[in-house]
Design a protein around this ligand. Structure first.
Ligand code: NAP
Length: 290
């Protein structure tokens, strides 16, 4: 791993953090610090365990201590919005913030998950124009996926085990994009699946330790040209992706989304594009240790 060695930490260092509860599992400090050193930037990124009841105090404290910015992760992505001065339009539609920039005391919230999702797709040559997508799951990752797909002009059908939740998620986007939501066992969803150019899993089914699980997919209905995207990155190849490959389909895992969201946050804080190959390398090395 080729990170520059002339990193220092002094009174001019600009501080960054990730707030979550729990937070010890976070891959962001390793990924961000490696990229900061590689870019020779005098910034430091730390993980801060913050309970829900302390979130307001923590956000105001980071502002008072002139932190340049911070990430927020589970369970704070929605709650943090109450303590910010401004929220970017996409983050407002999604209803969640994962990145905050401290602009001279003004805390501005962004959602870089949506950026990371689309960036990973464009990197593998997926062109969203006139395409259709079927999204499995209706939680936080689905919100980011639907926002980025909808904004790129993709027609999206969300399917979940709870049809009401899928419909409610779609309703949030309905005035902006072509999105609908339903129970994933319905005929209507099966039709959407058969028309989809992109199939996205945003449920935790298949994630460690439940590696044998996957959402229900009738492979006989999926287009031979469809791309199957699982936002999970542990394991790197979920059962869904293995089955998709066995059916001759192109696949993508969640690694690019994770690196992409971090790269966008890095840019918002520093104005510099990070080395995403290095971030990917560090991410893989960290995951291999766990
Ligand atoms: P979430 O907000 O809890 O949403 C999970 C969704 O999956 C919900 O629709 C939930 O349905 C559904 N689900 C959960 N367990 C299920 C089961 N046993 N059977 C069927 N459906 C089930 O979680 P999230 O934050 O969206 O995260 C979901 C996955 O995405 C995780 O594996 C996470 O690691 C991954 N992720 C990856 C990235 C990345 O950068 N690559 C970013 C964010 C998340 P109910 O509402 O009915 O429970």
């Amino acid at each position: 791993m080729n990170t520059k060695q002339n990193f220092f930490y002094d009174g001019t260092t600009q501080n960054l953090a990730v707030l979550g509860w729990p937070i010890s599992h976070s891959l962001s400090p390793a990924m961000q610090n490696a990229a900061l050193r590689q870019a020779n930037l005098n910034f430091a990124y730390i993980a801060l365990p913050v309970k829900t009841e302390d979130l307001a105090t923590a956000a105001n404290g980071l502002r008072a201590m002139n932190f340049r910015g911070f990430n927020v992760t589970i369970p704070h992505k929605t709650a943090i919005m109450d303590y910010l001065d401004e929220i970017d339009a996409a983050a407002q539609i999604i209803g969640a913030v994962n990145t905050v920039v401290n602009d001279n005391g003004k805390l501005i919230g962004y959602n870089t998950d949506a950026y990371g999702f689309m960036n990973s797709l464009t990197k593998v040559g997926f062109s969203p124009d006139g395409r259709q997508a079927a999204v499995l799951g209706a939680g936080g990752a689905a919100l980011a996926a639907v926002q980025s797909l909808g904004a790129a002009g993709v027609r999206v059908t969300v399917g979940a085990r709870n049809g009401d939740k899928a419909a409610a998620l779609a309703a949030k986007f309905a005035s902006h994009y072509d999105v609908c939501g339903m129970d994933w066992q319905t005929k209507e969803f099966l039709t959407a699946l058969s028309e989809a150019d992109l199939l996205v899993n945003t449920t935790p089914l298949g994630m460690k330790p439940q590696v044998e699980t996957m959402p229900p997919v009738d492979w006989t209905k999926v287009k031979a040209t469809a791309l199957v995207y699982d936002v999970i990155y542990t394991p790197s190849k979920t059962r869904l992706l293995k089955e998709a490959e066995a059916h001759g389909l192109a696949t993508l895992n969640g690694e690019g989304m994770l690196v992409g969201q971090g790269a966008k946050a890095f840019f918002l804080w520093t104005g510099v594009q990070p080395d995403t190959d290095l971030m990917t390398e560090v991410l893989r090395a960290e995951l291999a240790k766990r």
